[in-house]
Write a protein that binds this ligand. Structure first.
Ligand code: SF4
Length: 483
């Protein structure tokens, strides 16, 4: 690929200078699009359903366009774009490091692309339905040396240069006088995305992010001011707007992270919402997380109905195709991610919480391994990846579609082992004796009514989306090579 050759030949400073020139960047963008289309659709070396590959191409194309728009409008500072080139493009997107290859040769599959780590449970807000049940009282925090060791290991063993930080509120992280910025600084070879409530992003914090360049915050919103303040607390929305202002001022790219519930599913995909956060505030990307009934006061009543789920999927597709936005729904996004990415699937991840417990996914809160234990036993995070518990989840993913030929791939609009196929998740948790991450996860596991509702939800959502999946993603391309 031309971009790959450029990344190899030119030092990041030179490439950064060239890509900040509009004419050169537009030409590079067109070239990159052609290469991506060839990779995903024409060659399709992974042998996936072709119409799904076309959607995956479109999503990446949207990411490139979003970054292009942000640079054109001066929303990304030169220092940050340099870090984006050397870290995100150079290492994350183009990662074919020798350790990745040697991992594949040794174990027969590709390593995960990233980890999500919640270094602290502490939070300055108490949002309704928080998946982490965080609050200002919560003191659980992973020591700096453990967080740092985990990041170093994944970089060295897997060739993974992308790290997601969640929480709690990550900006409240403190360990032996160190903050999260010490983590970012210590691991400058990684690119970090941090989920944050945004209320602590002052001018000083934004300036520090700009100086380091290897961090992008994804700020939580629930819709507009009314919905955000209703769930997160009065005055939170105006603090978020101030944070976005600070990030724009210092040229730090940011995204929005939205929890979709039965109540806001309509408004978060409205034109008004898109205009507000993407056009006016300048968000570069968006993540939608459909409310998952885990965490504080969990209830299946806030989950999207199966009908809403399909409607949301169709409207998200429209946003991707017509607004050219990089906006991914963590559940409906199955066709883009090739299904469930938990348990360290190739290109996927697993989750480590503030107690060092290692679960398949943020939303699959049942674990067997713990960071303190594995380090005491002289093991690494790779031993957790290879554990029978995680391997059995990856086997399910493989059977569902990841390693299947196109005509055997099952419905990826409903890819989630714990949300859409709860029966399977429940049986694996029991078989391996996986332990809940917290008391609400323990309660849910024993709750017969919850179990019944989750199983029924999976069946209903499969029935409602199956025809759409078949009509939209299976079979030959509608138009022959459009490029
Ligand atoms: S378990 Fe569900 S939420 Fe987690 S990665 Fe898989 S599909 Fe996504």
């Amino acid at each position: 690929m031309a971009l790959k050759i450029l990344l190899r030949l030119l030092p990041p400073d030179a490439l950064n200078f060239l890509l900040r020139q509009n004419v050169i960047r537009k030409a590079a963008l067109r070239k990159a699009e052609k290469e991506l289309y060839k990779f995903f659709v024409v060659l399709n070396r992974e042998n996936r359903p072709l119409r799904m590959q076309e959607s995956r191409f479109l999503m990446l194309q949207n990411l490139l366009h979003s970054l292009d728009r942000a640079i054109s409008e001066n929303r990304i500072s030169p220092k940050v774009s340099r870090a984006l080139i050397s870290n995100f493009a150079g290492r994350v997107l183009m990662s074919e490091s020798s350790c990745t290859q040697s991992f594949k040769d040794r174990y027969g599959f590709e390593p995960p692309a990233f980890l999500t780590i919640s270094p602290t449970k502490r939070c300055n807000l108490t949002c309704r339905g928080c998946y982490a049940s965080s609050s200002s009282e919560s003191a659980e925090t992973l020591p700096f040396n453990i967080v740092s060791r985990i990041i170093r290991e994944k970089t060295e063993i897997w060739g993974s240069y992308f790290t997601v930080i969640s929480g709690g509120e990550p900006l409240l992280y403190r360990s032996n006088g160190k903050t999260l910025f010490d983590i970012f600084e210590h691991h400058r070879d990684n690119y970090f995305m941090m989920y944050t409530n945004g209320t602590l992003i002052t001018e000083e914090v934004a300036a520090r992010m700009a100086e380091l360049g290897n961090i992008s915050p994804a700020i939580s919103v629930e819709g507009f001011a009314k919905e955000t303040d209703a769930r997160r607390g009065k005055g939170v929305h105006s603090k978020i707007l101030k944070a976005m202002d600070n990030l724009r001022k210092f040229g730090v790219p940011f995204g929005v992270s939205i929890t979709a519930t039965r109540d806001n599913a309509d408004s978060i995909v409205s034109d008004e919402f898109i205009d507000d956060y993407f056009s006016n505030e300048g968000a570069v990307y968006g993540w939608i997380f459909q409310y998952m009934p885990i965490g504080r006061s969990y209830t299946t009543d806030l989950m999207l109905t199966p009908e809403q789920r399909l409607d949301l999927f169709i409207r998200e597709e429209k946003i991707i195709k017509e607004h050219n936005l990089f906006m991914v729904d963590f559940w409906n996004g199955g066709p883009y991610s090739v299904g469930c990415i938990s348990a360290g699937r190739p290109g996927g991840y697993f989750y480590i919480d503030w107690n060092g417990n290692m679960a398949p996914c943020v939303f699959f809160p049942y674990h067997l391994a713990n960071a303190y234990d594995i380090y005491r036993e002289g093991k690494t995070i790779n031993d957790v990846l290879l554990s029978p518990y995680f391997s059995s989840i990856r086997s399910w993913q493989n059977e569902y579609g990841y390693t299947q030929p196109p005509d055997k791939v099952q419905n990826y609009i409903v890819p989630c082992i714990i949300r859409d196929h709860y029966e399977k998740a429940h049986s694996l948790i029991s078989e391996f004796g996986a332990k809940p991450l917290d008391s609400s996860a323990a309660e849910a596991l024993e709750d017969a009514d919850y179990c019944c509702r989750m199983k029924a939800y999976g069946k209903d959502v499969m029935a409602i989306t199956q025809k759409y999946w078949k009509d939209t993603f299976t079979g030959p391309l509608q138009k022959k090579d459009v490029r």
